[in-house]
Write a protein that binds this ligand. Structure first.
Ligand SMILES: *[C@@H]1O[C@H](CO)[C@@H](O)[C@H](O)[C@H]1NC(C)=O
Ligand SMILES: *[C@@H]1O[C@H](CO)[C@@H](O)[C@H](O)[C@H]1NC(C)=O
Ligand SMILES: *[C@@H]1O[C@H](CO)[C@@H](O)[C@H](O)[C@H]1NC(C)=O
Length: 313
């Protein structure tokens, strides 16, 4: 653990002695989205074929304490001195060293990776450059829920994760602001992300439309979801709003194949008993729903509470 500092001092004096050796950073600021990969680059002069044994490369992060991200000393990689924050997520693209490029790849970028990095190179001289890394976490996926509380009143919930804290704005179908009537809570979830949950309780007729908008001031970004009031059989719905068409297609295909499967089973049964189970069972279901809607909601809440407790511990 002692030698990185020595290396640093050594490199520093080499730099003074050998002013011709300069490291360059083609890009001094990188902005990456949480969970994605980033490759940061700096370059150094290699005249002729690279002599690996003479090359030392390090990447360091300047927090209150210096954290070693990657070390290659005289051609040998050293992962023992790597800070825990970076374990298993760092790769230096070694084939590019021959071209005079030190390319550091960070996979699955975390919020705490944001900050200032030094790219240090020692090769017949020494120098370093400073590179900034910014990490953003947009409120991309909104999970929504619509619950009937009876008497034409509905409890609408939107939840999403991101960083920094987002305001949640509610609107009705005419885009009138309803934010005053909503309750928004902020929890710190996994990896410093905020889990923002907003609930609006409101009277509405069936087929009403509402919007929840996550307004991330710092990123100047809005993500919104549309909530449809519908008299669904279960009285509540959990649905996810994704911007990606791919996910929707998959879900559609999945539901489609599920329905097809159920149809086949029903047909098989109908053939067997020679009666019509489809209509009779749906009538039963409807009348049962009317009686037990409130009871069901309560049990759903119970289940949800338990789920949240499990998740917290
Ligand atoms: C990040 O890199 C890893 C390893 O190279 C790869 O498996 C993964 O798919 C990449 N992730 C993204 C979001 O590109
Ligand atoms: C928000 O939640 C608090 C505590 O759960 C409750 O007392 C308050 O009435 C709620 N406000 C609205 C507008 O729903
Ligand atoms: C996001 O939505 C809010 C409320 O509708 C609005 O005030 C703001 O200007 C919007 N910002 C962007 C960048 O669209």
């Amino acid at each position: 653990m002692e030698w990185p500092l020595l290396l640093y001092i050594f490199l520093f004096y080499w730099n003074v002695l050998n002013a011709l050796f300069t490291v360059e950073a083609p890009q001094s600021l990188y902005t990456v989205e949480y969970g994605n990969n980033v490759t940061m680059e700096c370059t150094f002069p290699v005249n002729g074929k690279l002599k690996f044994r003479e090359l030392s490369v390090s990447w360091e992060k300047k927090d209150e304490l210096k954290k070693l991200v990657y070390v290659l000393l005289k051609g040998e990689e050293d992962f023992k001195s790597q800070h825990n924050d970076f374990k298993g997520r760092i790769k230096l693209l070694k084939e590019n060293l021959n071209l005079g490029q030190s390319l550091l790849q960070i996979t699955d970028v975390k919020l705490r990776d944001a900050g200032i990095y030094h790219c240090v190179i020692g090769y017949r001289g020494a120098d370093y450059k400073t590179i900034h890394l910014k990490v953003k976490a947009p409120y991309r996926t909104i999970t929504q829920r619509v619950v009937s509380t009876g008497h034409n009143e509905w409890k609408l919930t939107c939840q999403s994760e991101g960083y920094p804290e987002a305001e949640v704005i509610w609107q009705n179908g005419d885009h009138e602001d309803l934010t005053d009537k909503a309750n928004t809570s902020y929890e710190t979830g996994r990896d410093q992300l905020y889990r923002v949950t907003s609930t609006l309780t409101i009277k509405s007729r069936i087929d009403g439309i509402f919007y929840c908008i996550f307004w991330n001031k710092e990123l100047q970004e809005n993500t919104s979801a549309i909530l449809h009031i519908a008299d669904s059989a279960d009285g509540n719905l959990w649905t996810e709003n994704r911007r990606f068409v791919g996910a929707t297609l998959i879900v559609t295909a999945f539901v489609g194949s599920g329905l097809l499967f159920m149809l086949c089973i029903r047909k098989a049964r109908a053939n067997k008993d020679n009666r019509t189970p489809v209509s009779s069972s749906s009538i039963k279901k409807l009348s049962k729903d009317k009686d037990t809607r409130d009871g069901r909601d309560a049990s759903f809440e119970d289940r949800e509470l338990k789920y949240m407790q499990v998740e917290k511990t």
